[in-house]
Design a protein around this ligand. Structure first.
Ligand code: OOG
Ligand code: NI
Length: 458
């Protein structure tokens, strides 16, 4: 459904993501340092100009407590042209959370700025009854959205925001949702009680905002960034998540550095203050590759499990050590084709097809005819490039979550199907399927070629 909204959602999204980044730089200086490292590495690698979206590309993550909060966040993100894509079940690794990612959908919006926010929601239904009711008590009282923000949302949806002052105000009020607060909204005892059930429950329910817990720039070479982080003393996580280093990048490789220990003031009902610590925020970096088809994804999942069993059978120190892990991944993924031609022939990756219309391109005598894609590629009238993966990986996300919780480790996968309809009820919209979106981008590119070459059909 179309709502009046804002004048230019794509520009506003860029302004918002820039403002968030500026705020986070001040809150977490190591994030600023990471940005410098990434810029240096990427400058050395880039042979030509990078796509416009590259320098501004990042994702963030927040964790919400109630369906009501999820619904309001969805309204805000919709104004920035960001919509819920894919369901992530974190109970798979023992977290009482499920998630979706809000992101732009169309090729045009993605090329302007692919900013995404991985947004988790606490699953009260998975908590022991007593914990659930304690959490609900404090969550019911907190207000992460200002009254002014709610007014502006209403206005945007009914009459639309029509000038830059209103839009600037929307961003300013929106930023407050993501800001860190060093004073908890509960006592320390209450915090400890929730923390002992699961650290995520305390992280969400005891604080007055949905603090952004990381922002992640994209790099062209995550191995180099990981090395540079270690040299600069940035406490990087010891294992890079996702597929191994390849000639043809697929999906998403990620690494993070450990959360800061933040000093937090806890205040009890009588006004007594306890000063203690909480680990809430961290840094992360990612390298993105091609979006894979369902067949490609099945192969990825199978080979990831194979790498797991290689590591287990070798009885090495386990998953922690990156070199061993990367070797196991390399071994397992030798079965995943690593040339674009093979990846295309075997339909493992989605591609964008581009008509070749250079002046010296071969003449097409076939105007008005129906030709096969393979014929058009053979005679050089069409070229192709991989479509970038814009989403996340649940097992990697679990690794990121876990590595940033002090003294909490849980990598064993559990049987779980999640509860997608519960999250959809909160939104309340259907969650879109990323595979269908990639399929559509590919199909649209073929249609563009057909028109450009004046063909009847491809
Ligand atoms: C989100 C972790 C998931 C990613 O990049 O996979 C994530 C969180 O810690 O809240 O951001
Ligand atoms: Ni992340």
């Amino acid at each position: 459904t179309l709502i009046p909204g804002v004048r230019d959602a794509d520009s506003l999204r860029t302004m918002f993501s820039t403002a968030l980044s500026e705020m986070y730089k001040k809150e977490v200086p190591l994030y600023d340092e990471l940005l410098s490292i990434v810029a240096k590495v990427d400058d050395q690698i880039a042979s030509g100009p990078l796509p416009a979206r590259h320098r501004i590309e990042r994702h963030g993550a927040i964790r919400l407590g109630t369906a009501q909060e999820m619904q309001t966040i969805a309204r805000l993100f919709a104004l920035l042209n960001m919509h819920a894509v894919d369901y992530y079940d974190l109970s798979l690794v023992g977290f009482p959370l499920h998630a979706t990612a809000f992101r732009p959908l169309t090729g045009e919006a993605l090329s302007r700025n692919p900013f995404r926010v991985f947004t988790s929601l606490l699953r009260l239904d998975l908590l022991p009854a007593e914990t659930s009711s304690l959490a609900q008590q404090v969550l019911g009282k907190r207000k992460i959205f200002s009254d002014r923000l709610l007014e502006l949302l209403d206005q945007a949806e009914t009459t639309g925001l029509t000038n830059s002052e209103q839009e600037a105000e929307l961003l300013e009020e929106a930023l407050k949702i993501f800001k860190w607060h060093a004073t908890a909204q509960t006592s320390y005892d209450f915090y400890k009680q929730l923390n002992s059930v699961h650290p995520m429950v305390a992280d969400i329910a005891c604080f007055p905002s949905a603090h952004i817990n990381h922002l992640t720039p994209r790099t062209l070479d995550i191995d180099q960034v990981q090395e540079a982080m270690q040299i600069h003393g940035v406490p990087a996580k010891d294992r890079i998540e996702g597929p191994p280093r390849r000639r043809c990048d697929i999906l998403l490789r990620q690494t993070s550095f450990q959360a800061l220990e933040e000093r937090v003031h806890f205040v009890d009902e009588d006004g007594n203050v306890t000063v203690s610590h909480h680990t809430a925020r961290f840094g992360e970096v990612e390298q993105r590759g091609a979006a894979v088809t369902r067949k490609g994804r099945d192969l990825y999942d199978t080979l990831l499990e194979k790498a797991d069993s290689i590591i287990e059978s070798k009885g090495t120190a386990g998953h922690g050590i990156n070199d061993d892990w990367q070797r196991a991944l390399q071994e397992a993924f030798s079965e995943f084709p690593d040339t674009w031609a093979e990846l295309r022939d075997q339909r493992l990756v989605y591609f964008r097809y581009i008509p070749v219309t250079a002046p010296n391109a071969p003449l097409l005598e076939a105007e008005g005819q129906a030709l096969k894609l393979s014929e058009l590629l053979d005679c050089g009238l069409i070229k192709y490039e991989a479509i970038t993966y814009e989403d996340f990986l649940p097992i990697s996300a679990a690794g990121i979550f876990t590595s940033n919780l002090k003294g909490f480790s849980n990598t064993k996968r559990k049987e779980s199907k999640g509860n997608r309809s519960l999250l959809e009820q909160a939104l309340p919209t259907k969650i879109l399927d990323s595979t269908a979106l990639y399929e559509q981008l590919e199909a649209e590119s073929i249609e563009t070629c057909r028109k450009a070459l004046g063909l009847l059909a491809i």
